[in-house]
Design a binder for this molecule. Structure first.
Ligand SMILES: [Zn+2]
Length: 204
């Protein structure tokens, strides 16, 4: 059951509606809702007047107790983020959790996919950084999935209005994971945005 409603406005015909919204998705307690989330469905509102699919973004906490993972899809309000960070820091049961802030549903889905694949986001950001450099292009790479027996890592990026896929060897990820092991201070604690800007800032 949804936890409440959120106000939505159709980007095509301006029809307004209050649509069902969730506060928390717990992957263990509600695997079906997690699937809806992974398909992007819980952020899509199809306008009953004109049929347009609208992306409706609202704050949401994703909790995976098996991976000890918390991901907060934030609406960017600093006070709310600070309060969430304090709540997480003061919960004893969450001390060994990985806690992240993301700003878009797409970023939330990417993080879930990374951890579902048994990977971690910091080495993945390094992997994306290396791939961007090899491509010689400033593109927004996102983890898509692993492929084949050699666990080739597939990343996607938008170009000319289409989604492109680029593969990179698993050894790139393994090297990145090694860098992280040798630099334990990289392991962030508390609620953090781990993205390309975080990494570029770290490498500076
Ligand atoms: Zn409409």
């Amino acid at each position: 059951m949804p936890d409440g409603t959120v106000h939505a406005r159709c980007r095509h015909c301006s029809r307004e509606a209050d649509i069902p919204a969730y506060n928390i998705v717990n992957s263990r307690e509600n695997p079906e809702l997690k699937q809806q989330l992974l398909l992007g469905r819980i952020f899509i509102w199809t306008c009953p007047s004109c049929g347009t699919d609208n992306l409706v973004r609202y704050p949401l906490l994703y909790h995976d107790p098996d991976e000890k993972l918390l991901i907060w899809l934030s609406d960017g309000v600093k006070e709310v983020e600070d309060r969430m960070a304090q709540t997480i820091a003061s919960e004893e049961g969450l001390a060994d959790y990985t806690a992240r802030i993301v700003d878009t549903p797409g970023d939330l889905l990417e993080k879930i996919k990374i951890y579902d694949a048994g990977l971690e986001d910091i080495p993945m950001e390094i992997c994306k950084f290396v791939t961007r450099q090899e491509m010689g292009k400033d593109v927004d790479l996102k983890f898509f999935r692993m492929e084949g027996a050699d666990n080739r890592i597939l990343l996607t990026y938008p170009e000319n209005g289409e989604m492109q896929v680029i593969g990179t060897g698993f050894s790139v990820y393994e090297d990145a994971a090694g860098i992280m092991r040798r630099n334990p201070q990289m392991k962030t604690c508390g609620l953090t945005r781990v993205d390309r800007f975080w990494l570029e800032n770290y490498l500076r």
